[in-house]
Design a protein. Structure first.
Length: 744
């Protein structure tokens, strides 16, 4: 069940929609609304899409907030409380700017079982990876969200590298790496950032670093204690070893390079090393080089922060001879300090790696759902391209966006194109077909959701077949039939195409109580059950008059409305006499039309009607009775009956010709004979001679626009009359009557 009330919601000024009684049967889960263009379809689809997406509909023209109450099954949505829902889905008419809904495509790439198995394996170390990122972020000052990309960049990895690839590389990097004491406690972002890198990578700075290192090494080479190969890192490593192994307690001693100095305890070692390093730092050449570096680090706040770091740890300068190596050494120092975490992660990866690789292979092989959708699309719709998915496993397992490639062929050559590239080449109809592929993905996703959670969903389809050729249009109808077999989905189809409406009703076997027509009355919208689901002439008109007495007003209306139908039949049957007689009832022909009686009409159509019983006077003039019926019908603006509209159309055309004839006959030597398109010919003659008033010209123009010159048996040709509201026809008829009264 779907109930809706709208007020000031886009084009829906005040619309109390007739309840749509969806049911659980495979016939009761589909409904259709026929509405002329500009009446309600697009506004209704827009409102329902807004409601589903927790947006507030409004009247954008008059800037008024919309009010609504929508009930679908056990759900209620009102303007007082916006609630997002996935139980209502709107397929809009074609929009050339449509975007790929990647999640819809993803859901049909492979089955849930495979993904759940992968997710289970992945979840075993996902939290560890997060912890790992968190520790590195705390050490480096880099945002957690940027840890992976920074590592990939600093270690020159492929930008698409996965976490397990990054971790495997890091594990190899730290295997034979000793943490650098000078880098401990150094925050990556303090020394490596956008502002500092400008200075660090400048040729001038690089030269100054080289000068400092050269001066430093010169001083060390003259040391009686240290050698060039014995740097600060060697010192730190030796110090840790001495303390850890209690070397001095065991009676060991260190003899320095001078061959004289003997060190017998750790304190002596620390004191002697500090004095030697102070001597080196106090050396004039080293100091001079340091000051040059210091000057270059006065450019901005970030460089000054780096300057403070170097001041506290001068030996850091030695590490800055190669910034790329420095970056890696910083990360490796952090990793050594957090070795347990990375070992835990890599151990889990190693255990799960074979299973993950197996799942990836299965994901690439699993094509049933994907190929079914694509094959059905390509079999049904005539388009010059085929669709391929390049990253199926990654879509399923890694959550990547699907990468669709379209292989375009002109029958001789073919080439792969992206969707955006293809859109510039395709015709509008082919673009619509491509849009329809996206719709198919979406509906598959929705079907899958309903199968999973057991919840019914409403799909609203707005003029999806508009502008397709007949082959593709009927392919769409077949697809609608298929999805209508899924009773977990309720379909509400909107269309302004009467031929499409009838085809859908017939092929989907939509029950009569779920077929609706919406039309504009004077100031509102009216919705009612559509009475024209089958052949209107056979099941509407002829059912009332064939072999039946014309003994009431309803049968009489059908009898009068049959004039254009039987006239068409006579044309197909090549009965020129009958065709001429009935043409005289639709157009004024000399004095013939004025004198036709009801009895004459019975005589014309006796072989079709097979009955000549009439509840009124058969001697009454046809035109007189036609206008009497039209007078009555023009008082009812709410009628949706096609026979009422046909009669008013006939009356408007004949009344217009009477008014034109009256004015034209006032002109000397006028010839009113006409073999075809009489209303148009008289109108042109009146304009040329200048004998029509502006009011009459305007009225006849309306008649020519609204009422069809010929009404054919083909139901499609009735679409103009179905689309025209009774209010508009009544207004036009009353205008002609008013002009007639003015001329008397």
């Amino acid at each position: 069940m779907l109930k809706c009330k709208f007020k000031n919601c886009y084009g829906l000024k005040d619309f109390d929609m007739t309840e749509i009684p969806f049911s659980t049967t495979n016939k009761g889960n589909k409904a259709i609304i026929y509405a002329p263009n500009g009446v309600m379809k697009t506004s209704f689809a827009h409102v329902m899409s807004d409601i589903a997406n927790k947006k507030a509909p409004r009247d954008n023209i008059f800037n008024i907030n919309g009010k609504y109450e929508v009930s679908y099954l056990n759900l209620t949505f009102t303007d007082k409380k916006l609630v997002k829902t996935d139980r209502i889905y709107v397929i809009n008419s074609f929009d050339i700017k449509f975007k790929n809904q990647s999640d819809s495509i993803s859901t049909i790439i492979a089955d849930d079982k495979l993904k759940k198995e992968y997710d289970k394996l992945l979840s075993e170390y996902t939290q560890e990876i997060h912890n790992f990122e968190k520790v590195l972020s705390e050490n480096s000052g880099i945002l957690i969200s940027n840890i992976k990309s920074t590592l990939i960049s600093d270690f020159d990895m492929n930008s698409n590298s996965q976490w397990y690839e990054v971790l495997n590389l890091l594990n190899k990097e730290i295997k034979n790496f000793n943490a650098i004491e000078a880098l401990k406690g150094i925050t990556y972002s303090d020394i490596i950032n956008e502002k500092t890198l400008i200075v660090l990578n400048s040729p001038n700075f690089i030269n100054k670093i080289k000068e400092y290192i050269d001066s430093f090494n010169d001083v060390i080479s003259s040391s009686t204690i240290l050698k060039n190969s014995f740097d600060t890192n060697n010192y730190e490593e030796l110090t840790r070893s001495l303390e850890k192994n209690n070397m001095f307690s065991a009676g060991h001693e260190i003899i320095l390079n001078d061959g004289v100095t003997h060190i017998n305890n750790i304190d002596e070692w620390l004191s002697i090393y500090k004095k030697e390093m102070d001597r080196i730092q106090d050396c004039v050449s080293v100091k001079t080089a340091y000051k040059e570096i210091d000057k270059l680090l006065n450019k901005n706040a970030e460089c000054k922060k780096l300057k403070d770091v170097i001041k506290n740890e001068p030996s850091l300068i030695i590490q800055m001879s190669d910034i790329n190596i420095l970056k890696r050494n910083l990360w490796k120092t952090y990793l050594i300090e957090n070795e347990k975490i990375i070992n835990d992660i890599t151990s889990k990866l190693k255990l799960n790696n074979e299973k993950i690789e197996k799942i990836i292979r299965e994901a690439n092989e699993q094509k049933n759902a994907w190929e079914t959708v694509i094959n059905n699309f390509e079999d049904r719709f005539q388009v010059p391209f085929r669709v391929k998915l390049e990253n199926q496993a990654s879509v399923l397992l890694e959550g990547e966006l699907p990468n669709l490639v379209f292989n375009y062929s002109d029958g001789i050559n073919d080439i792969d194109k992206t969707r955006d590239e293809l859109m510039t080449t395709l015709s509008v109809g082919e673009q619509r077909a491509l849009y329809l592929l996206q719709v198919i993905f979406d509906i598959n996703k929705i079907s899958k959701q309903s199968e999973t959670d057991g919840q019914k969903r409403l799909i609203i389809i707005d003029d999806i077949a508009d502008s397709f050729d007949y082959k593709n249009k009927y392919a769409i109808i077949e697809y609608l039939y298929e999805i209508s077999q899924n009773t977990s989905l309720d379909l509400l189809i909107l269309t302004h195409n009467f031929d499409f409406y009838r085809s859908v009703v017939s092929r989907l076997d939509i029950p009569r109580n779920l077929c609706f027509l919406v039309q504009k009355t004077n100031h509102s919208l009216m919705m009612a059950n559509m009475p024209y689901n089958r052949d209107y002439f056979k099941n509407g008109i002829f059912t009332l008059i064939k072999n039946n007495a014309i003994d009431n007003f309803e049968r009489e209306k059908a009898f009068f409305a049959a004039v254009p139908f039987i006239r068409n039949l006579s044309e197909y049957l090549d009965n020129s006499t009958l065709y001429s007689e009935l043409t005289n009832m639709l157009h004024l022909k000399d004095s013939i039309t004025d004198n036709i009686t009801i009895g004459d009409y019975f005589a014309y159509v006796h072989e079709f009607v097979k009955n000549d019983t009439y509840y009124l006077d058969k001697g009454k003039k046809y035109l007189e009775r036609l206008f009497e019926i039209a007078d009555l019908l023009s008082q009812n603006d709410d009628s949706i009956k096609l026979e009422d509209k046909i009669i008013l159309s006939m009356a408007c055309r004949l009344k217009a010709e009477i008014l034109m004839r009256t004015e034209l006959l006032k002109m000397p030597n006028i010839n009113l004979s006409c073999s075809e398109n009489q209303t148009r010919a008289w109108y042109n003659l009146g304009k040329t001679t200048g004998c029509f008033s502006k009011e009459l010209i305007h009225a006849v123009e309306s008649v020519n626009v609204i009422t069809p010159e010929n009404i054919h048996l083909n139901a499609f040709m009735y679409e103009p009359l179905i689309d025209v509201s009774m209010h508009r026809l009544s207004t036009m008829y009353k205008k002609l009557i008013s002009i007639e009264h003015q001329s008397i």
